[in-house]
Ligand binder design. Sequence first.
Ligand SMILES: *[C@@H]1O[C@H](CO)[C@@H](O)[C@H](O)[C@H]1NC(C)=O
Ligand SMILES: *[C@@H]1O[C@H](CO)[C@@H](O)[C@H](O)[C@H]1NC(C)=O
Length: 466
Amino acid sequence: MRSTALFVLAALARFTQAVEPIVIKDGGFFGGDKQFFMVGVGYQPGGPVELDQGVDPFSTLSDCQRDVYLLQQLGINTIRTYAVNTTLNHDDCMSLFAAAGIYVVLDVNAPGWRYSINRDEPWTSYHAGYMANVFSVMEQFSTYPNVLGFFSGNELANEPKNANVTAPYMRAIQRDMRQYQKAQGLREVPIGYSTADVVEFRQDLGFYLSCIGDDEGHSDFYGINSYEWCGETTFQKSGYEKLTDLMEEVQMPNFFSEYGCNEVLPRTFGDANAIYSADMNHVFSGGIVYEYNQEVNNYGLVDVNLKTGNAKILPDYNTLREVYSKVELPTGETARKINRPKCSTVFPNIKAFDAVAAIPQLKEITDLIKKGVKVTAGKLVDVDLDLSGHKWTITDVEGNTVENPTIERVNTWNQVPSKSQTTGSSSSKESKNAAPGLKVGGNGLAVLAMAGLTTLGVMAGGLLVI
Ligand SMILES: *[C@@H]1O[C@H](CO)[C@@H](O)[C@H](O)[C@H]1NC(C)=O
Ligand SMILES: *[C@@H]1O[C@H](CO)[C@@H](O)[C@H](O)[C@H]1NC(C)=O
């Protein structure tokens, strides 16, 4: 086959339904008045490395151009990114993702002992230094309208015996994050948690994180990392039916924050069809396939050479693209009504772990919430979607070079608003980092915070949860 433009543009961005910040209503996510379903992949090229070398997933425009092209061609509307470094500038890349209609769910943690919670001894890592980095991620990223949510943690509890000790820290971190949002007038980006695929506590932890208590430490959403659907299976046999029943009882929006078993190869991604179907779409707001880039754990769709910048499309990319191109998203509203319980009724009924008392807030953290952290807030910039000067090459599965890659602009987020829009109002009650020209989602419904990346944490030695 001769190399030409690999894909037909017409298929692009069919899942991009919303062009404004996403908010939570009842059991679903909404952009404007339309329900939003995540069609996503995990995005952390390079994997679990410490981010102290001046590079992270949103710091190099030419890399983002390559990946936005490939992600847009894959037909997605959301990525999950596990770690960023707020000393870097992310405006170009975030603006490019925004222009391409791609939302970001972002973990507020990062590898390294200072930036993640130690799941065996969380009290040693929950301190003002840790929270300062969490707050800096919020300060910098809340201004980007395409940031959909923050994960306060990822798989902090990864076995029944550490749910006991870690669960109260999940609520403590979410409490601090929510207070920071309010005190500093940030856009109320939903805050939630990404839970490990552990059946013993998955539902109980959902109850625990959903309940409304005096601490305000609840999750706005619950992300489920699940690798139950392997090879050719069914809604019933895979365990997804059971999972849907369990999560329907948990009173908050749910989605798959990681999915895509690789125990049976090649992967067929049959679960993508189930997730958006009527069997599941009243409970789950879509999902995020693990993961974009090939790493040692062999889940990649694309193999990026981090030295040369060249990328090779892997067979699973084509399979997933085919599956996503056939998925029918619900056209109406499917989100169920939710009714959050009070913690006083939930706590005594949790069986899987002891829901111990709230972790007291440290004075240094309270001070930081009042004072704010110093970090440059992100802003949208005008980005060029022209890729003609690119230095990297992309090859397809047969080894042919992909010619003339292009990115399609699907919204106007990257167009710099006129002066009058940015400087016109000085109404101090307005959220200070609402994106220029965009209204702040003021319904206060969404609050999420998560903290860790399971896979990253495990690979980093079993203690670090990023
Ligand atoms: C960000 O980079 C700086 C400079 O290398 C480093 O000191 C800091 O630890 C990094 N932060 C994170 C979250 O990795
Ligand atoms: C949680 O801790 C309590 C004691 O604090 C203990 O009785 C219980 O067995 C623990 N649960 C698990 C699942 O380890």
